[in-house]
Design a protein around this ligand. Structure first.
Ligand code: DWN
Ligand code: ZN
Length: 398
């Protein structure tokens, strides 16, 4: 990929993270021979400043049967999505008989909350979700036309952790053109490049995340599709995200927050190559510090277990070279991941019950974005003398 997926401008390479497996391709021992690898390279568009992956991943490799992500299993994420819906009920969805769409639907928590308040709602998702009505398709002009014919225009089209994973954003905007009400909002939230750079949150970079958004690049994207970025809001989840609101041109004025964030990005040099180069050297410093710590603890005879077989940890483990020699197994609450090996580095995944059987001396928290929730849940580990190892924003023992 040498041209931008959004505007076809030239892409310039920023960083190469080497040969990587698909981040959620947890593998059974008998399937190791067919594991798929690709080169993880990030670039930036010289024209619209969109930071993005430079390689194509074959689409048939991306959406696989039994896709193992279930945000509703996290109480923090469940509350996040419930609160999102509750706020819209008090603000955006107050007109007569509103209609809400969610693209990809994160276990349906947001839509279910809207439904309980009597709001018409529909998920648009090619795979199944229980408990909410689903239009089984990718969101594009075709599915949008079908939905509009049956339900009318949408007041809100929402997507969480989904747009950054859609290489073909043009088809999303084509669908919005068809489906969004004249004063409707397209609201999406994804990891924020500004936060990744500020906190060395490098492990958001993996196959499923094609885009690493900033207000600047999202504004350029909205403009190029005849729409407008009208609001931004910082979210604390997943290590720091931005929720972007996009409207039809002329329907709403951009908020002060948009102007402020654009100015902040300019001041931070977010679109400068030197800023990204500094990010890469910080990642390499984290790598050295973490490998030294794990090796040192192992040499001293301490036991270490991983916690949270996240998609993010595919980049951490594979880029850093953390395998079962350093971390013999990783606990994860997702049943479909248990009994498999992590992609690429092949660390066995076990149920959280094995964490306490017996407790290790140290736990490497791959799911660092859920630190508060997991540490509270595993309070007994600390009480028993156990210590957590974190590596974002820097390597530390807590
Ligand atoms: O963007 C994406 C995010 C939102 O979700 C997707 N592309 C894929 C996925 O990324 P991830 O796997 O890095 O997300 P999480 O939410 O950081 O994953 C947490 C993992 O930790 C899950 O496998 C579940 C596990 N977990 C656990 O074992 N005990 C999580 C919690 C909260 C727990 O208490
Ligand atoms: Zn571009």
């Amino acid at each position: 990929m040498t041209t931008c997926r959004v505007c076809t401008g030239p892409l310039r390479e920023l960083a190469d993270f080497g040969r990587q497996p698909l981040s959620q391709a947890f593998v059974r021992p008998e399937d190791l021979a067919t594991e798929f690898f690709y080169q993880l390279v990030v670039g930036r568009c010289a024209d619209c400043a969109m930071v993005q992956l430079m390689q194509e991943i074959p689409p048939d490799k991306m959406v696989h049967e039994g896709y193992p992500y279930h945000p509703a299993n996290s109480t923090v994420m469940r509350k996040h999505f419930q609160d999102t819906a509750t706020r819209w009920l008090e603000t955006t969805l107050t007109g007569p008989d509103p209609f809400a769409i969610e693209i990809g639907c994160n276990d349906g928590v947001t839509l279910r909350t809207l439904g309980e308040a009597g709001v018409r709602h529909l998920a648009v998702d090619p795979s199944g979700v229980t408990g909410v009505p689903v239009h089984r398709a990718f969101f594009n002009s075709e599915s949008a036309a079908e939905i509009r014919a049956e339900h009318g225009p949408a007041d809100i089209v929402y997507a969480a952790n989904t747009i950054c994973a859609q290489p073909d954003v043009a088809s999303i905007f084509a669908g919005l053109e068809v489906l969004l009400a004249p004063d409707g909002l397209f609201v999406f939230e994804d990891p924020y490049l500004g936060e990744m750079l500020a906190r060395t949150g490098f492990d958001q970079i993996y196959d499923e995340h094609f885009y690493y958004f900033t207000a600047q690049s999202v504004q350029a994207m909205a403009d190029s599709f005849g729409m407008r970025l009208v609001d931004v809001e910082r979210l604390p989840v997943h290590g720091g995200q931005i929720r972007y609101s996009i409207a039809r041109r002329g329907s709403r004025l951009p908020s002060v927050a948009v102007k402020e964030l654009l100015a902040e990005e300019e001041a931070a040099g977010l679109a400068d190559d030197t800023t990204f180069a500094q990010f890469v050297s910080q990642i390499d410093a984290t790598k050295d510090a973490l490998l030294n710590l794990l090796t040192d603890l192992g040499d001293k005879g301490h036991s270490i277990v991983g916690y949270g077989a996240t998609a993010k940890s595919a980049t951490t483990a594979n880029y850093f070279g953390i395998g079962p020699d350093l971390v013999p197994f990783v606990c994860d609450s997702t049943p479909s991941k248990q009994g498999t090996l992590t992609p690429g580095m092949h660390i066995p995944v076990r149920p959280p019950a094995e964490f306490a059987d017996p407790y290790p001396d140290y736990a490497l928290l791959f799911a660092w974005n859920h630190a508060d929730e997991i540490m509270a849940k595993e309070k007994a580990f600390r009480d028993a003398g156990g210590k957590w190892i974190l590596y974002v924003p820097e390597v530390r023992i807590v």
